[in-house]
Ligand binder design. Structure first.
Ligand code: SF4
Length: 587
């Protein structure tokens, strides 16, 4: 359980060859985010574009996976097709535990297969198969077929795959992880598509020993008790993250209709968490190793014969997809939202990016900047059928307009106009119109995820406009999150896994050296990731904030543009300083 080094498998798709590496640096890099950065430094090229053959696609897990609850995430790292910079995307599902059972801390995929292929890895095997016949196949069908084609039926098997959007190189293409989870943001699906890789099957076919001592058993019981006893556990299990829809609407922080509003008290009644649970919830699911089970799975039905016969499909829903394909599009019926999400799943688009991009296209249509010549179908807020069709056009790159939009809303706006109302914060926004600090933090955020920092939470508690105090908060908040993502903990567990508890868990598994250096680990890993980001072209001053964000009204009143600009300048300056200090201290 407690190797002092990392065991990493490298697979070169160009040659079909693979190599097992024993890589030092456990105490400094820990795993997850830290390991991914370490591996990119070793295998990646900051000077080459994201689509060059030798660029790696990296998966990394942490030291506590398989031994403690909630250590359920896998970190993917790559150069992003969205902005050609180093980034991470995280997913739950079964991949973390499958990698653990395959006896790997990390997987590095380089090269490009000659034909569309699948890669199956296990503890003692690597198989690359030609799957050219799966070209253009949607993510559901691909998952079913890859499952059938792979050996065994182990509960520790994980299947990652892409749909058509990844094959056409959309910067919004996600990687579907075990059907209900995703490496969603920043175009990981296009990275696999560029490698001609339709799917990755991870066979967790090995085994590992857990410590057989009372210290470990007692600690496990204590952590498990804390996880399952928290109020948060109840919230995430019962209504799930969609519980936040009503809460954010109530405080005028929920983006509606391309962020022209931040609240719609009538509309939200149709798609709040309770309404989804009452109308459409089929069951809950959980990532491997998670006792909470926040995954909410609803259903859609499709008529396939005149004598009223239907097929049913299960579709996962969370807060963010309901925001992007619901409120942002003015769609206020649960099944309408699920039907749009169903198409996003099939084409394997990041539904957050896809929904926000379609919201921009709707407003651009209303303002006469584009017409049905571009959108093919009429787009109007609230009209779900148009969005269902448009999601397919976007995910399959049906024409020049949709192919450009798939590279990013602001890329399309460069061609057609309308940049001022593109809801882009570095990437298409997450669903939090909480105010100035969130807008500043997400636009300069590492993953462009609302969980990069607690900016959304700070906005909800602070009315004062003190730039230094707010940026101090961001700078102090991020290292703790980096530590957790290096452990690959679900970030919903952050109140349970304090630094002290993490130290105890590591100690119980025999990672004494990691425990000794834990206090500074989050800071060190944060600096390492940002160094890579800057080295691949990130310049805070280049990030454009569309005017729409300056016109938002939240519970605090209208956004204060001077405060927002002050936050962006200061946060950008501190990040630049952080990287410069790190470089100076090494030279
Ligand atoms: S709380 Fe949800 S996202 Fe987090 S590990 Fe559990 S099931 Fe996965």
């Amino acid at each position: 359980m407690n190797r002092p080094y990392f065991r990493v498998l490298e697979v070169d798709l160009s040659t079909g060859k693979s190599k097992l590496h024993r890589i030092d640096g456990r105490a400094e890099a820990i795993g997850g985010s830290g390991l991914a950065a370490l591996l990119f430094e070793r295998f990646g090229r900051v000077d080459l574009g994201w689509n060059e053959e030798e660029q790696p696609f990296i998966l990394a897990i942490g030291p506590l996976t398989g031994a403690f609850p909630w250590m359920s995430k896998t970190v993917a790292a790559f150069k992003s097709p969205y902005h050609d910079q180093y980034t991470e995307s995280h997913a739950g599902g079964r991949s973390a535990l499958a990698l653990k059972f395959a006896d790997l801390d990390g997987l590095v995929i380089t090269g490009r297969a000659g034909r569309l292929s699948s890669l199956e890895i296990g503890s003692r095997s690597i198989v690359i198969k030609d799957v050219s016949f799966m070209k253009g196949m949607d993510a559901y069908a691909s998952g079913k077929l890859l499952r059938r084609m792979s050996r065994g039926g182990s509960g520790h098997r994980s299947i990652l795959r892409i749909g058509p959007s990844g094959e056409i190189g959309s910067a919004m293409a996600c990687i579907n992880a075990d059907t209900y989870r995703h490496f969603g943001r920043l175009g990981g699906g296009a990275v696999l598509g560029n490698k001609n890789l339709k799917g990755i099957i991870i066979q967790g076919d090995g085994s590992f020993e857990l410590p057989d001592n009372s210290e470990y058993k007692k600690l496990f019981a204590r952590v498990y008790e804390q996880v399952t006893a928290t109020r948060m556990m109840h919230k995430y299990h019962s209504l799930g993250t969609p519980a936040n829809l009503q809460a954010l609407d109530d405080i005028k922080s929920l983006p509606w209709r391309n962020l022209q509003q931040t609240s719609d008290p009538e509309g939200i009644k149709g798609i709040n968490g309770q309404r989804f649970a009452d109308d459409a919830l089929l069951r809950n699911g959980a990532c491997s190793g998670c006792p909470v089970g926040c995954i909410h799975i609803g259903y859609v039905r499709e008529k396939f014969s005149e004598d009223n016969r239907y097929i049913y499909r299960q579709v996962a829903y969370d807060y963010e997809p309901v925001f992007s394909c619901g409120t942002m599009l003015g769609v206020t019926e649960t099944f309408d939202v699920l039907n749009i999400l169903d198409v996003m799943e099939k084409v394997s688009l990041d539904s957050m990016s896809g929904g926000v991009a379609l919201a921009w296209a709707t407003e651009a249509s209303a303002r006469g900047l584009i017409s049905e010549k571009e959108t093919i179908v009429k787009l109007a807020f609230g009209e779900a059928e148009g969005y269902r069709q448009a999601a397919r056009y976007l995910g399959t790159g049906a024409n020049t307009f949709y192919r450009l939009l798939g590279q990013g809303t602001l890329k399309a706006a460069e061609e057609y106009g309308g940049a001022e109302f593109g809801c882009v914060l570095g990437q298409e926004m997450a669903g939090y119109a909480t105010g100035e600090l969130f807008f500043a933090a997400q636009s300069l955020g590492f993953r462009h995820s609302h969980l990069d920092t607690g900016g959304y939470s700070y906005d909800q508690k602070h009315e004062e406009k003190d730039v230094d105090k707010a940026v101090d908060f961001l700078m102090a908040d991020e290292p703790g999150r980096c530590l957790l993502t290096s452990m690959v903990s679900c970030l919903f567990a952050r109140s349970v896994y304090t630094e002290e508890v993490l130290g105890e868990c590591l100690h119980a598994l025999g990672y004494g050296e990691v425990t000794d250096k834990l206090a500074a680990a989050g800071e060190r890993i944060r600096a390492r990731r940002w160094r890579l980001r800057f080295a691949t072209g990130f310049k805070p001053e280049d990030i454009v904030l569309p005017k729409r964000f300056y016109k938002v009204t939240t519970w605090k009143g209208p956004v204060d543009g001077d405060y927002l600009d002050g936050l962006r300048r200061e946060y950008g300056r501190r990040l630049t300083e952080l990287v410069k200090e790190g470089v100076d201290s090494e030279t």
